[in-house]
Design a protein around this ligand. Structure first.
Ligand SMILES: Nc1ncnc2c1ncn2[C@@H]1O[C@H](COP(=O)(O)OP(=O)(O)OP(=O)(O)O)[C@@H](O)[C@H]1O
Length: 704
């Protein structure tokens, strides 16, 4: 046997890498370590060697490779203390499966974790074949992610277990170095544990500081704020909520929500941690609007309370915005200008659509004339003598849109008018309702809208009477509803209900021959049709990309009319470049390009990526791998991964990278549980770029 050499045999490559690193760290200075794993293949039979087996579970598989004169030590292993600080971020009393491949190691590790003081978690042992497992959300595993049951939503991988100190001492003894080096080695080993405890105490100090800061912030906001942990125990009850409900926080903190609030609907609404949602409640004689969301990083549910009466007063002014243009459809097909083949085709389709009574979806970028078409369709339809209501969803909060659309009953909430209020759907009876920016409505409103379209009836807020309605719905969107469906932010069933008939309005840049007609139309609309444009001005207008479409062209004409002297518009009157929209902001598939059209670039090619291309790709890869596992991912997790990748990106930098990726349409960020998701273009992009980059394949999850 060589005096200062050992052979480490493990089951998997991950464990091998991990354990070699550990052994190098503590005894690498005086022992040569050779390592092999069963899954990578063991190349030879060893004779006269000190063999360390990572676990007794591989004794059988490795036996053929252990020849004569060997000393075999089966390592005892302990939890990987370098990574257990990840567990500190799990909330108090979290129920979590502890997952490993055999009952002994599971129980041993739980015992060790408890001895290390990581006792704020309720560990539930789990190993293959274990029965009667509660369906909890979290799992903790020392590297055995593949054994984690599929119902688990979040897995904390603390990495393969380390070799314990007694095994290391036994190795030293076998190679005759115990007397000489034992002290140094145990000191090194212990130092690591001290480092860990320092790390732990720093984390808890930081979280104390953070909590104090957070409390100040929470008390400063105008809403009532309440948070409950995963057990339903109230952990935050801010000052405003005390005032609003007339309840001292000491009566609420630390108690279960159910003991504090006797309104069972409110309790189950708050404890339901699925999608983000708002609703009205009467709590302790106060009418409140409660908005609830799940704070994934904390495993907590947060509910904000607004005084319903005050909210209504405050938002009354905005409410007028909801019904944009009164009750009359102003435009007819003759107001739609342009003779390009695409626009002629569009008018022709819309004209046919008008004659039916079916729901229509109008898609088109902002400013392409969606409202114009909706209005023209109504005026050409059999409903032309009925009302036309244009509703814009982007201006108001969910609760107000809901009460405005569906109306409310008297006494539905404080501030509700006597006799209740009839909603826009009822007001549009016999006519058409135009739902603009349909992509902006919440999932809750989508569900209500779907019911209206299916059943042709509505129910007022706070009411129980079903009211039949006869309204034609025309919806419009400038967003990509299909990618929203893919990301779970738009209901597919609603999409199909809306898109019974369909018009896509062409972008102005794709029908430039219409520009002279439109220019003439806007000049005469403003009563200045006698004003001339110099040919070079028109030529320039024909060159622009018009990301803001017809509305932008109209604004440009208005600007030039305002600044021109005399009867002629010259090059001097053209607004400077900052006036123009630089790119189409809502449609993610279109790349930023110059204002002056050079080449149309439908998708940003790989080579146009920013200098930090690799960082972008890395971030996309991390998100994709979490999405694929069905685990949620947020900025914090990305930051952790990036640090493992030895890239020192600050949270701020990651935030800006994410923003940029979101602007490019590669990811969507949702509040609450879903976290960040790759869009279809994001996935495509990742594939294309990964191929382009395959030579320098990055390891997203290096096994620490
Ligand atoms: N073909 C057209 N002929 C005449 N005017 C048009 C035409 N298309 C659009 N416009 C004008 O352009 C402006 C924008 O149109 P509209 O408000 O209908 O667009 P939109 O697609 O609904 O925009 P958004 O999505 O931003 O609500 C309006 O002043 C409208 O009258």
């Amino acid at each position: 046997m060589h005096a200062k050499e050992l052979i480490l045999l493990t089951g998997t490559m991950e464990t091998r890498k991990m354990l070699v690193r550990q052994l190098q760290d503590v005894i690498g200075d005086f022992v040569r370590i050779h390592s092999y794993s069963y899954d990578e293949g063991i190349p030879q039979v060893f004779h006269n060697q000190l063999i360390i087996l990572s676990t007794s579970a591989i004794e059988e598989e490795t036996a053929p490779y252990i020849g004569t004169g060997c000393t075999v030590v089966v390592a005892k292993r302990t939890v990987n203390f370098e990574h257990i600080d990840k567990l500190l971020f799990l909330p108090e009393q979290t129920n979590a499966l502890y997952v490993n491949d055999a009952p002994e190691t599971v129980y041993e590790s739980i015992e060790t974790l408890l001895q290390l003081g990581i006792n704020h978690i309720n560990y539930i042992p789990f190993y293959p074949g274990k029965k009667n497992i509660p369906e909890v959300e979290f799992a903790i595993t020392p590297g055995e992610v593949k054994l984690v049951p599929s119902f688990i939503k979040q897995t904390v991988n603390i990495g393969p277990r380390l070799i314990d100190i007694t095994t290391i001492m036994s190795i030293l003894q076998h190679i005759g170095l115990l007397a000489n080096k034992g002290d140094i080695v145990s000191e090194k080993y212990i130092r690591k544990i001290i480092d860990l405890s320092k790390k732990l105490s720093k984390t808890s100090k930081e979280s104390d500081r953070l909590n104090k800061h957070l409390k100040q912030v929470l008390d400063g906001v105008n809403d009532g704020i309440l948070a409950v942990n995963s057990k339903g125990v109230i952990t935050v009850f801010n000052e405003n909520l005390q005032h609003m409900l007339g309840m001292f926080h000491a009566k609420a903190l630390g108690r279960h929500l159910r003991e504090v609030f006797h309104n069972s609907e409110l309790v189950s609404f708050i404890l339901n941690n699925s999608a983000e949602e708002s609703s009205w409640f009467s709590v302790l004689h106060t009418d409140v609007i409660v908005h609830r969301f799940y704070l994934e990083s904390e495993g907590a549910i947060v509910a904000t309370f607004k005084n319903a009466h005050e909210t209504i007063e405050m938002e009354k002014t905005f409410r007028r915005e909801l019904v944009k243009k009164g009750y009359i459809a102003k435009y007819t097909f003759s107001d739609i200008r342009g003779h390009s083949p695409v626009i002629e085709k569009c008018k022709q389709i819309a004209g046919k659509i008008a004659k039916t009574n079916l729901t229509v979806l109008i898609e088109g970028e902002s400013g392409t004339g969606k409202e114009l078409y909706a209005s023209a369709i109504h005026n050409e339809s059999l409903r032309r003598d009925g009302p036309f209501l244009a509703v814009n969803f982007s201006a108001l909060s969910d609760e107000l849109v809901e009460s405005e659309l569906f109306g409310y009953e008297e006494g539905a909430f404080t501030g509700a008018k006597k006799g209740g209020k009839i909603g826009l759907f009822e007001q549009a009876n016999g006519g058409t309702i135009f739902l603009d920016e349909i992509g902006d409505i919440s999932l809750k409103l989508q569900a209500r809208l779907l019911r209206v379209l299916q059943e042709k009836e509505i129910m007022r807020v706070g009411g129980n009477k079903i009211i039949p309605i006869d309204v034609r719905v025309i919806a419009a969107t400038n967003r990509n509803l299909l990618s929203m469906i893919e990301c779970g932010t738009f209901r597919e069933d609603l999409y199909h209900r809306l898109k019974i008939l369909y018009v896509h309005l062409p972008e102005l840049r794709n029908r430039k021959s219409d520009i002279p007609h439109l220019v003439q139309h806007f000049l005469s609309q403003s009563g200045r049709s006698h004003i001339q444009l110099l040919p070079e001005v028109m030529a320039r207008l024909m060159q622009y990309h018009w990301y803001g479409n017809v509305r932008e062209l109209k604004n440009t004409i208005d600007y030039m009319l305002a600044v021109c002297d005399g009867m002629v518009i010259t090059m001097n009157d053209i607004p400077n470049e900052s006036f123009f929209q630089r790119k189409y902001q809502k449609e993610p598939l279109i790349a930023a390009s110059l204002v002056m059209e050079k080449t149309a670039v439908p998708l940003p090619p790989v080579e146009e990526l920013p200098v930090d291309h690799e960082e972008f790709l890395f971030i996309l890869k991390v998100i994709h791998s979490f999405n694929q596992k069905g685990e949620s991912i947020g900025r914090k997790k990305i930051a952790e991964r990036t640090q493992e990748w030895h890239k020192d990106l600050s949270e701020q930098q990651i935030r800006s990278r994410l923003k940029s990726l979101e602007q490019r349409g590669y990811i969507v960020t949702t509040r609450g549980r879903a976290g960040i998701k790759l869009t279809r273009p994001g996935v495509d992009y990742l594939h294309v770029s990964s191929h382009a980059n395959s030579a320098k394949e990055m390891e997203v999850f290096p096994h620490a």
